[in-house]
Design a protein around this ligand. Structure first.
Ligand code: UDP
Ligand code: MG
Length: 322
C-alpha cells in the first residue's frame, strides 16, 4: 500500500503573547526568524514564516520594540487595549493571524523550538492539532511541579479532558483555528477548548527550558485564576458534590432529629451546648463553601451573558486585511 500523500507545505505563523517581555523580545525574534528560514529552506513551509506578537498591555518598552521590529514585513504586532491576560492575548493573536497553520508559544522561549519541525511534519501527515507536551519538568520549580501534578489529577477527577503536561505550545491548522472562532465564551481556558474540539491530533514531546530572561509573568494569583477557570469552564462536578454533601447532611440531620425527639420523650434530655455550637459552626461553614462554589459558577454565567468582547485590540502594525 502506498503511504498517504503529504499535505502541501503550509504557510506558517508563530503567535506569541508578550507581557512585559522587553528583555527577551530581541532573542525571541532572532530565534523565530532563524527557525522560519530553516523550515523554508527545507521546503517544510511555503514562504517566509510570519511572527505575530501580541502585546498584552505591557508597561515596559515591549510595544515600542514590537513596532520597531515590525518595520520588517514578517512581523505583525497587535497591541491590546490593556492587560487582558495570557489566554485572551493568545486568542487575539490566533484570531488575527491569517496563515495556514499557527504555532503558539511563550515569549520566554521555555517552549523548545526544535519541536516545531516535528509539529509541522505531523500536520502534513494529517493532524489538525499538534500538542506540545513537556517530557520533563526539570527546569520548573518544585512548587510548580507539585502544583501542576495535583492540578492534572484533580482535573481528571472532575472529568475534564486535558492533555497531561500540555500548556499552550501547539500547532493548529486553519480548520482548527476557524473552529475555535466559533467558541464565543469569554471565560477562556484554551487548552481545554482546543482539546474538546476533537479532530485528528498528535503529540510532540519536548524538554521545557528555564525562562530565558526576566521573571515569570504568572504569579501564584494568576495561576490560581487559570486553574479555577479550567475547572469551572469545563466541569459542573463541584456543583454535584455540593448537592451530594447537602443530601448526606440532610439524612444525618433527620436521624438526629429522630434521636432528639426520642430522647425528649424519654425524658433524658441534657443541656447539649457543645453539640449545638459545633453543628452550627460546621453547617455554617459547609453552607458558605457551597454558596461560594455556586457563586463562582453564577459569576461565570453573569460574565457570559454580557457577551462582551473576548479581547480588545487597540492597534496593529499592519493594516488588517478584510
Ligand atoms: N503573558 C501574557 N499576559 C499575562 C501574563 C503572561 O501575555 O498577563 C504571557 C507572557 O508574556 C509569556 C506567556 O504568557 O509569553 C507565559 O508567561 P510566563 O512565561 O511568565 O509564565 P510561566 O512560564 O512562568 O508559567
Ligand atoms: Mg514561562
Amino acid at each position: 500500500m502506498q503511504p498517504p500523500a503529504l499535505r502541501p507545505a503550509p504557510g506558517l505563523a508563530f503567535v506569541v503573547p508578550c507581557f512585559n517581555e522587553a528583555l527577551v523580545l530581541e532573542t525571541l525574534i532572532r530565534e523565530l526568524r532563524a527557525l522560519g528560514q530553516k523550515l523554508q529552506e527545507a521546503g517544510e513551509i511555503s514562504g517566509a514564516a510570519q511572527i505575530v506578537l501580541v502585546d498584552d498591555g505591557s508597561a515596559d518598552s515591549t510595544w515600542q520594540m514590537i513596532e520597531a521590529a515590525s518595520q520588517e514585513g514578517d512581523i505583525l504586532g497587535i497591541k491590546l487595549a490593556r492587560n487582558h491576560g495570557h489566554q485572551p492575548a493568545l486568542l487575539a493573536g490566533l484570531m488575527t493571524a491569517k496563515a495556514d497553520i499557527l504555532v503558539s508559544l511563550d515569549a520566554d522561549l521555555q517552549d523548545d523550538l526544535s519541536a516545531v519541525a516535528q509539529m509541522i511534519a505531523d500536520y502534513r501527515q494529517g493532524s489538525e492539532i499538534v500538542f506540545g507536551v513537556r517530557a520533563s519538568r526539570k527546569a520548573d520549580t518544585w512548587f510548580k511541579r507539585r502544583s501542576a501534578g495535583l492540578y492534572y489529577a484533580l482535573m481528571k477527577r472532575l472529568g475534564v479532558d486535558l492533555i497531561h503536561d500540555h500548556a499552550d505550545f501547539r500547532l493548529m491548522s486553519r480548520k482548527a483555528v476557524e473552529t475555535l472562532r466559533a467558541y464565543q465564551e469569554v471565560n477562556l481556558f484554551l487548552r481545554g477548548m482546543v482539546k474538546s474540539m476533537g479532530f485528528t491530533t498528535s503529540v510532540v514531546e519536548y524538554d521545557r527550558a528555564p525562562r530565558m530572561a526576566g521573571e515569570s509573568k504568572y504569579p501564584v494569583r494568576k495561576m490560581l485564576a487559570l486553574a479555577t477557570e479550567g475547572i469551572t469552564s469545563f466541569s459542573v462536578q463541584p456543583l454535584r458534590y455540593v448537592a451530594w454533601a447537602g443530601f448526606v447532611i440532610a439524612i444525618f440531620s433527620f436521624l438526629y432529629v429522630g434521636y432528639a425527639v426520642g430522647a425528649r420523650l424519654m425524658g433524658i434530655t441534657v443541656s447539649g451546648w457543645a453539640s449545638i455550637v459545633a453543628s452550627i459552626y460546621m453547617l455554617g461553614g459547609i453552607q458558605l463553601i457551597a454558596l461560594g462554589i455556586i457563586g463562582e459558577y453564577l459569576g461565570k454565567v453573569y460574565l457570559e451573558t454580557k457577551r462582551r468582547p473576548q479581547f480588545i485590540i487597540e492597534t496593529t502594525t499592519q493594516e488588517a486585511e478584510k
